[in-house]
Design a protein around this ligand. Structure first.
Ligand SMILES: C=C(O[C@@H]1C=C(C(=O)O)C=C[C@H]1O)C(=O)O
Ligand SMILES: [Mg+2]
Length: 468
């Protein structure tokens, strides 16, 4: 059946081909349909055979926003280290500038959206672990399911070139029809069995923590976040859908994300927002300072209370608050944040948490805010530049996209980026998990090590390898 919107898509494609001829460059057509609700994970799973390596999944902590992409109609990438945020934003604007958009809905995350992220530190020596991800990597999906406050939308993005003809419309409608017809309720099947678990050099990591603590006592550095890796080997290829299913069951309060590239998949459940921008309203998060959850409600309360009064953790947290407050005050006309941190309780861990809201000054774009904030002292340290240099020098791990901004931006400039922690890189039947912690003068290597162990748990449990 041809709907009114399909007529629009057909005419849009014809017009875009004409435009591509006259401009001698590809032109995007984007069409948005309001549709009935689909289970987001089932939509993702429906793209498995056709689009493996070209999918992404996103859920925000409130569950108000889901964005799932299948296929890539445009890739924006760069290995340039300076000005990379600005470069991506310019490329994005240039791409949507001449596009034809049918979107009668005034909803964020509908129509053209780019999804992806950045590496933590483009100047870090690269290993082959992250060879499938360039320092800046964004995908614009061909088919995108998005949900905003309970309303569901299907966006179809087609890039037309001067060489395309009428058959492009038929091809897209047929492919889209096939995807929609193949959606069936996803349920995880048999789990993987963990065969080998290798913490990479924990003793050396603790020695590095000790050495950094000594430096913090004598120099100008105040905080350095040090991370480490655990490598897991399973008996068979890890099913990304099943990991997402588990994360959705167990880490409801987190951002849940998966970002595929050339067969690898970066995946995780992060409690930490870097920045959200809807219109002029911006939201960011100071999250640093950690303690385990208690086994009983009473235990849990005692631990939470101890965290709220622990000087080492309060200092670790305050560095983040000070830096984020300063950055926000530069970019915003109004900034509001509470005086004292509160507790954020996740399934496996509790943190000190200070939410920050603001209203941007007219010229502050989402990626300019990302540029200003990344890395906050929650993931880098303080002062920012020295801390990142220290990490580059002493950390064994190639962080890749771990601890870096990951998220989306739509054609109107709205979007959200999480700090991609509690995450791992899946490569066939193997996975690398990453976890770090804020090292300050009062840090103790053994307890920081224990803290990273807890931070591995969300992913370890979701993969199947840790039973609580
Ligand atoms: C670095 C991580 O987490 C960060 C470090 C924290 C800490 O040291 O207390 C707490 C929250 C995060 O900002 C991680 O999970 O890998
Ligand atoms: Mg800590």
């Amino acid at each position: 059946m041809v709907t009114i919107q399909d007529t629009e898509l057909k005419e849009g494609i014809q017009e875009a081909i004409e435009r591509a001829k006259s401009l001698s460059k590809p032109v995007l057509v984007s069409e948005v349909q309001k549709i009935n609700h689909i289970d987001p994970l089932s939509f993702y799973a429906a793209g498995k055979s056709r689009f493996f390596g070209e999918r992404f999944f996103w859920k925000d902590p409130s569950g108000e926003t889901y964005i799932i992409g299948l296929g890539i109609c445009k890739q924006i990438q760069s290995d340039q280290s300076t000005g990379r945020f600005n470069h991506v934003e310019k490329e994005w604007k240039r791409f949507i500038n001449n596009s034809i958009i049918f979107n009668p809905y005034d909803k964020n995350a509908t129509g053209p959206v780019m999804f992806g992220g950045f590496s933590f530190d483009p100047l870090k020596r690269k290993t082959k672990l992250w060879s499938k991800y360039s320092d800046s990597l964004f995908h614009v999906p061909t088919y995108m399911y998005s949900e905003m406050n309970g309303q569901a939308f299907l966006t179809t993005n087609v890039v037309c070139t001067q060489h395309d003809g009428d058959s492009l419309f038929e091809k897209i409608v047929a492919e889209r029809g096939m995807i929609m017809a193949s959606i069936s309720d996803y349920h995880p099947e048999n789990a993987n069995t963990l065969q080998e678990e290798a913490d990479i050099n924990p003793e050396k990591w603790m020695e590095t923590v000790d050495a950094v603590v000594d430096e913090l006592k004598s120099g100008s550095l105040k905080k350095v976040v040090l991370a480490r890796e655990s490598r897991l080997i399973y008996d068979k290829p890890i099913e990304i859908e099943r990991v997402l299913w588990n994360l959705m069951e167990m880490q409801r309060e987190s951002f849940i994300f998966a970002f595929e590239s050339n067969g690898d998949c970066f995946i995780g459940a992060s409690p930490e927002r870097l920045i959200k921008k809807y219109g002029e309203n911006v939201f960011t998060t100071c999250l640093a300072g950690s303690i385990p959850r208690g086994k009983t409600a009473e235990d849990d309360h005692i631990l939470g209370d101890a965290l709220l009064h622990d000087q080492k953790n309060l200092t670790e947290h305050q560095y983040v608050v000070d830096m984020i407050k300063e950055a926000m005050e530069e970019s915003c006309s109004e900034v509001e944040l509470p005086d004292e941190p509160q507790l954020m309780k996740m399934r496996d861990i509790q943190h000190l948490y200070t939410p920050v809201i603001g209203k941007t000054k007219r010229d502050a774009s989402l990626l300019a805010l990302v540029d200003r904030l990344h890395p906050t002292p929650a993931l880098g340290g303080l002062p920012k530049r020295e801390a990142v240099e220290k990490i580059r020098e002493v950390e064994e791990l190639d962080r890749g996209f771990y601890a870096a901004p990951l998220g989306w931006m739509d054609f109107r400039g709205n979007g959200e980026y999480a700090v991609a922690i509690r995450s791992g890189l899946i490569q066939g039947n193997e996975a690398s998990l990453f976890a770090g912690c804020g090292v300050v003068q009062d840090s103790n290597a053994e307890s920081e090590y224990q803290e990273t162990k807890i931070k591995f748990r969300p992913m370890l449990t979701a993969l199947g390898g840790y039973e609580k």
